[in-house]
Design a protein around this ligand. Structure first.
Ligand code: MG
Length: 374
C-alpha cells in the first residue's frame, strides 16, 4: 500500500471519566493515514493515537516522520517503519519513539483493513500464529487520586469495574501521602481481593520512599507493585525489588531493547513472577515492541510476563496475536480511547479483540466520530 495523505490533530484527554476534573493538561495525537488501496469504492484509511500519558506528538509527525512516510512508496507496515526511521541515530529516544509509534498504529490498522482482517488475525499471519490466544486475561485500570471525596469516588469507580465483569483492577498511588495511599489500597482491596489488585506508583518514588512503600505494601497480597521509581534508576529499582518478594511490574517508560536489557540486568526483577509493561506504541510501535519481546525471551523471560501498557484496543490485538500474559483496559479513564467496543464484556476475567476489520475503532462510535473528523 502507498500512503497518500496523513492528518494529525492534538486533542485534550482526561484521566477521569469526568473531563472537568483537572488532568495535568494531558494531550494526545490522533492520526489518519489514507492509502491508495480502495475497498467498496472508498480508500482504506488507518487510524492511530499516541497511547496514554506521554502527550501529543504533532510537531515530530508533521515535520519528520509524516513526510518520510509519504515519500516511502509502496510499503508493508514493516517497510514503512524502516522508511520512517531512516537517518535516525540510536539512543536519545525522547518523544520520537511515541511519534513513530502513533503512525505505526495507524499503518497496522490500514494494512489489516486492506486485507479485510481484524488486526490480531493479520498479525498472526505476519508474525506466525504459534502463540496466539483467542481470549486474554485483562484488568481494569484507573483509580487516579480525586481532588475531593477521593475514597468514596475511588470506591464507586472500582465497584463499577466489578459490575462490568472485571476480576482484577489497578489503582494509582504516589500522588499523595503513603498513609492516604494505604487507605486507598485497602478500600480497593475490599472490592478486588488478594492477588487481584495492583498499585501503580507512576515512577513517583525515590529509593527511600519506594522502600517505605514496599514495606507497607508487603503484607497486602497485591497482584503487583508497578512503576516504583524513576524508570532509569535501576539501582533504586533493584533495592526495592530486594525488599519486596511479591510481584513487581516495570518497563512502561522504557522505549528500546537496549533499555529493556538494562532493566533485566540491573533492575533486580525476577523472571518467575515479575511483570513487563512495555507499551507497543511508546517503544517505536510494534517493530520496536517485538524487538524487546525477542530480546527478553532470549534472556529467559516467559512471554506470559508481558502485559502491555495502554489499555486500548491496539494493545489487545497485539497481546492476542503474540500470546502475551494479559492486558490493561481503561473502562472509564481516557474516554473515548479506553475500554472495549460497545457491548463487549469480560468473560471470567478474559477478553477478546473485536472481530471488525483493522483495530476496530469503528466499534466505538464516539472514537470513530473523532477519527472521521480528521
Ligand atoms: Mg504504570
Amino acid at each position: 500500500m502507498r500512503i497518500v495523505d496523513i492528518r494529525e490533530k492534538s486533542i485534550d484527554i482526561s484521566r477521569y471519566s469526568d473531563p472537568a476534573i483537572p488532568s495535568g493538561g494531558l494531550t494526545t495525537s490522533i492520526v489518519s493515514v489514507t492509502t491508495d488501496v480502495v475497498r467498496n469504492g472508498v480508500p482504506v484509511i488507518g487510524y492511530g493515537f499516541s497511547s496514554m500519558g506521554r502527550f501529543a506528538q504533532g510537531g515530530l509527525i508533521r515535520e519528520r516522520f509524516g513526510p518520510r512516510l509519504l515519500a516511502a512508496g509502496d510499503v508493508t507496515p514493516l517497510e514503512a517503519w524502516t522508511a520512517m526511521m531512516k537517518g535516525e541515530k540510536a539512543g536519545g529516544h525522547g518523544e520520537r519513539c511515541v511519534a513513530v509509534g502513533t503512525l505505526d498504529m495507524a499503518l497496522w490498522d490500514a494494512a489489516a483493513k486492506a486485507a479485510d482482517l481484524p488486526l490480531h488475525g493479520y498479525l498472526v499471519q505476519e508474525f506466525g500464529g504459534g502463540n496466539a490466544l483467542a481470549t486474554i486475561p485483562a484488568y481494569a485500570s484507573g483509580g487516579y487520586l480525586y481532588p475531593d471525596n477521593d475514597l468514596s469516588r475511588l470506591t464507586d469507580e472500582l465497584k463499577a469495574f466489578a459490575d462490568a465483569g472485571y476480576c482484577r483492577a489497578k489503582i494509582k498511588i504516589g500522588a499523595t501521602t503513603l498513609e492516604r495511599d494505604l487507605a486507598r489500597t485497602d478500600a480497593a482491596s475490599a472490592i478486588f481481593g488478594p492477588g487481584c489488585l495492583a498499585v501503580d506508583a507512576m515512577n513517583a518514588y525515590d529509593a527511600e520512599q519506594g522502600l517505605a512503600a514496599a514495606k507497607a505494601l508487603k503484607s497486602r497480597r497485591l497482584m503487583w507493585f508497578e512503576d516504583v521509581c524513576d524508570p532509569h534508576d535501576f539501582e533504586a529499582q533493584s533495592r526495592i525489588a530486594g525488599a519486596y518478594d511479591a510481584p513487581i511490574a516495570a518497563g512502561e517508560a522504557l522505549f528500546s531493547a537496549a533499555e529493556a536489557k538494562l532493566l533485566d540486568r540491573h533492575g533486580g526483577l525476577r523472571r518467575d513472577r515479575d511483570i513487563l509493561l512495555f507499551d507497543p506504541v511508546h517503544c517505536y510501535g510494534l517493530p520496536g515492541y517485538v524487538e524487546i519481546l525477542i530480546a527478553l525471551e532470549g534472556r529467559g523471560w516467559p512471554r506470559s510476563a508481558f502485559w502491555p501498557h495502554g489499555g486500548h484496543l491496539f494493545s489487545l490485538h497485539v497481546a492476542s496475536a503474540l500470546g502475551l500474559g494479559g492486558v490493561e483496559v481503561n473502562p472509564s479513564s481516557f474516554p473515548p480511547f479506553g475500554g472495549l467496543v460497545d457491548q463487549a464484556r469480560p468473560d471470567n476475567g478474559r477478553i477478546s479483540p473485536p472481530d471488525l476489520a483493522g483495530i476496530g475503532f469503528e466499534g466505538k462510535p464516539d472514537l470513530a466520530a473523532l477519527f472521521s473528523a480528521l
